[in-house]
Ligand binder design. Sequence first.
Ligand code: SF4
Ligand code: SF4
Length: 368
Amino acid sequence: MPRVYIIDAGYENVKEKLKPVLCNYLHSAGPKSVLLKPNLLAGAPPGKAVCTHPLFVKAVADIAEEMGIKVAVSDNPGVSGYGSSLKAAKDSGLFELVGEKFENPAQSPERAGVKSGYTDSFVVSGNILHAEYVINLPKFKTHSLTLFSGAVKNMFGILVGGEKARAHSIGKSRDEFAELLVDIYNIRVPELTVMDAIWGMEGSGPSNGSMREINKILASDNGFAVDAVCANMMGLKPEEIPYLRVAKERNLIDYEEIEIIGNPEVLKDFRIPPTFMKRNFAGSAFIGFVNSFIFEHFIKGPARLKLKRKRCTKCYVCLRQCPVKAISKDKEEFPLIDKKKCIGCYCCDELCPENAWRHTGIMRILAK
Ligand code: SF4
Ligand code: SF4
């Protein structure tokens, strides 16, 4: 039975609080080296709760090093391009704390086979793929496309450069992308997940939501179990998170069979992304029917986004990173989404450094 530890902590005492649990896992496995895989989505500073907090990563690294274990830290950020990984590590404050332990994941690209209905391989970071022992360090965050960005979603970062865009372009709908996330997670299942849920994010995650103080660390050797406990903390059933439903359908986990050590408190009035609607608002059979209709007809459609022109600096990150090249420039050189091409992946919103996209209207409904 998967076991999830929930530890009350703040950034000032991560090491002290996490040490007994982490030492136990590492003693049992006895690795000589570990690779830490944080969430370095966009190189945002620690005060924004976008990336795994550098103090959190450092605490895990220190515990492992004190046990005589060699430590490396690596992640592919959301923005692809030359030097993007190191830039994200520097901008997030991580590089300052882990220094030479940071490995550029773009320097070891390797094609790895994947069991998937969408493709037979992805180019991944060889240093993560072949690491002796991977410690997955996700951040507790909502996500406009996937609802939650936890343990499973964090391993999407094993994909190198433009492969993330390719994944979006071949798994176009929310459900297709959920299937792909589980496929990709299975390329390199991490030995351990230790989630930074000290400061998390609610609302329009994974980069433009609101910070939420949670003061928890979650640890388990089963990433699905960690995300399932997080679902409950957000007031959801695990199956309401699309990729966790896929995991259940594939018999990768039974959500009734998770042992929880600690206090998984339900977060009061937790705000899921505006792109999803909580079940309690969609309780009646009629509304459920309408939900399904809207889901089937609109979920696969374009993102409901409107540009906040006053915020846009015309940096064109969105234009460059759109996986299906659905963004061009209008007459005033502002980004313009072609709704016929857009697949609703929300990468433009996720990667915009200025939070210049506004969600308009409800377009996705929870749990089929
Ligand atoms: S919307 Fe955001 S990412 Fe796109 S050009 Fe404007 S500021 Fe840059
Ligand atoms: S316009 Fe935005 S939401 Fe639409 S496909 Fe491009 S990146 Fe994704």
